[in-house]
Design a protein around this ligand. Structure first.
Ligand SMILES: [Fe+2]
Length: 233
């Protein structure tokens, strides 16, 4: 469990950090899918690896929200979580459709022209998913976040977020760092790293910090180190 230092419930932002990471992840993948030559097996293999990360993080993100956030949301705003869970179910179904479509690229006996068609339709399908997903993120950040802040204390929210972070296995945490660290502003990122440092053994935090350093680049990392060394109180 992460030791919470946040004293004001308004300072515990439940959604925005991870959602910034997801917007970054989806936007980057959209660009990569749009620029992939579907007849180039190596390029498709690189995109397939990125697609695995996208589907893994979306799946686990939905699970995290449903396991750690929705029970609290259900207590403070009866029924509010059900719309979000219905969204998740529909999103997971579309992701499964997209994954099955993507897998057709690896089928034997598919001509280059056919691969180009399949790839373009995957890109279009993913673009529609991406467009539909953004309003969902916005509703969670506005509707669910406000409902949580209306009736939860800082301790409630800190325990909820800390429990969620503590449940993430190390290999998955590295993937979150990849997409979240470059997408957050320096203060947000330094706060997140501070939470990780407080809740992880030193060697585990060193690995996470090294991953964040590579994700944001040397100059941004220097800024983050300075912020972590002199946190705003
Ligand atoms: Fe969600």
């Amino acid at each position: 469990m992460v030791e919470e230092t946040v004293m004001d419930a308004a300072q515990v932002d439940v959604y925005v950090g991870v959602h910034k990471g997801l917007r970054h992840l989806l936007g980057r993948f959209s660009f990569e899918a749009g620029t992939t030559d579907w007849t180039d097996a190596a390029a498709v293999a690189r995109l397939a690896a990125q697609w695995q990360v996208v589907t893994r993080l979306l799946d686990t993100h939905h699970h995290h929200e449903e396991k750690h956030i929705h029970p609290v949301l259900a207590e403070v705003s009866p029924g509010a979580h059900r719309r979000f869970e219905a969204d998740h179910d529909a999103q997971q179904a579309v992701l499964a459709d997209l994954a099955a479509h993507f897998d057709r690229l690896a089928s034997g006996g598919v001509s280059a022209a056919r691969k180009a068609q399949i790839g373009l339709e995957f890109y279009r399908g993913f673009s529609q998913f991406y467009a539909d997903y953004l309003p969902h993120l916005h509703r969670e950040e506005v509707e669910a976040e406000r409902a949580l802040h209306a009736l939860c204390t800082a301790e409630d929210l800190g325990a909820m977020v800390g429990g969620l972070i503590a449940s993430i296995p190390p290999d998955e945490m590295m993937l979150w760092i990849d997409c979240m660290a470059p997408a957050m502003n320096p203060r947000e990122c330094a706060d997140l790293l501070g939470q990780m440092k407080a809740g992880a053994p030193p060697e585990a935090f060193d690995a996470m910090a090294d991953r964040a350093r590579r994700a944001v680049g040397p100059s941004n990392w220097a800024r983050l180190e300075a912020l972590m060394a002199a946190p705003v109180v």
